[in-house]
Ligand binder design. Structure first.
Ligand code: PLP
Length: 338
């Protein structure tokens, strides 16, 4: 039994190539679950794209990226002297650190005199960063290779980025996140002497939804009479068929946040009951015979019980069925690229 991510390799790569062509200085972001594809596959794809720099999220992701991608690796979480000083690879000449404070810069350089850094500025995102008036000094003190700015979702970032460009002074490369290709083009028009590179994950790896699909195996099917009880919770079911499919909580099934639930009603239920508890009240993400049946009960760790309504033709054991999942929270058993 397995939950598999099927990828149409030609289509997927064409969509990556198009994203890079539209935004040639982009820096591929490879972090977390590797956007469902896994970090190793994405590192190989970044190598195929021919970019010289990728960005990972955290220090634990660094060794794998250095081993599978031949170019430079920017780690986007800030280096903290108090937390990260004993990690391997800190002085690797292909690794670029993110610095937000003078103490951290000093701790890094005390141990690794030639460690490479960018300086992150604190934007309205308010996650990490040095205040705008400190970025120039940190860049000078650290021989920073660029200024990193992480913006909230949405658009309208040009004004905020421009304030950093003007405050920092000098000619600097800027690495910007969640900034559209149009905004990057506008920044280049305003500041032709600077280089702007967008750090992009979702719009690079997940740009063409028709290029990939999650599929589950049908593991068992049996008729249900109205009122039959099933599962851990022995809930009575409507008449129809019970369909057992691969894919459960360990794969990220039913882990979507309420904001991505399909309707206001399902969002409200999810908020009121908690995501998993609400699962039996909303449609499951599995499509069987053209319908999306309800969960008979909250998904199990590696499989799910679905209540297929009477009148819908049941699938056969061994069939594969599509699963609608957000790939940033998907952990498939296998990724198959054809
Ligand atoms: C995750 C992340 C990105 C990429 O975000 P996407 O929405 O996947 O493109 C860019 N910059 C930073 C700092 C991030 O944490």
């Amino acid at each position: 039994m397995s939950l598999t991510l099927h990828v149409d390799g030609a289509k997927w790569r064409a969509s990556q190539d198009a994203a890079l062509a539209a935004n040639p200085s982009l820096v591929p972001v490879i972090k977390g679950n590797g956007y469902g594809f896994g970090q190793d596959l994405l590192c190989a794809e970044a190598g195929r794209l021919g970019v010289s720099l990728i960005a990972v999220g955290t220090y634990p992701e660094v060794p794998g990226a250095l081993a599978t991608f031949p170019g430079d690796v920017l780690v986007m979480e800030p280096f903290r002297g108090s937390v990260d000083s004993a990690l391997p690879d800190l002085g690797n000449p292909r690794l670029v650190h993110t610095i937000t404070a003078r103490d951290d810069l000093d701790a890094l350089r005390a141990a690794h005199t030639s460690a490479r850094v960018v300086v992150e500025g604190l934007t309205s995102m308010s996650r990490f960063g040095a205040p705008v008036e400190k970025v120039g000094d940190l860049m000078a003190a650290g021989y920073g290779e660029g200024v990193a700015l992480h913006l909230p979702l949405g658009s309208g970032h040009v004004g905020e980025i421009s304030r950093f460009v003007e405050a920092v002074g000098g000619i600097r490369p800027f690495f910007v996140s969640h900034t559209t290709a149009d905004e990057v083009a506008e920044l280049r028009r305003r500041f032709p002497e600077h280089r702007f590179s967008a750090r992009v994950g979702t719009d690079l790896w997940l740009a063409d939804r028709s290029a990939y699909e999650v599929r589950a195996h049908v593991l068992d099917v049996r008729p249900l009479a109205r009122g039959d009880r099933v599962g851990y919770r022995q809930r009575p079911q409507p008449a129809g068929h019970l369909v057992v499919v691969s894919g459960g909580t360990s794969h990220g099934v039913a882990m979507e946040s309420p904001a991505s639930a399909a309707t206001a009603r399902s969002r409200a239920i999810a908020v009121a009951e908690g995501l998993l508890e609400a699962a039996h009240r909303v449609r499951s993400p599995f499509t069987i015979s053209g319908t999306m049946p309800r969960f008979a009960e909250p998904p199990h760790m590696q499989c799910s019980l679905l209540a297929l309504p009477a009148g819908v033709p049941p699938p056969r054991i061994g069939d594969t069925v599509p699963v609608r999942m957000r790939l940033t929270t998907a952990y498939p058993d296998a990724v198959v690229v054809d």
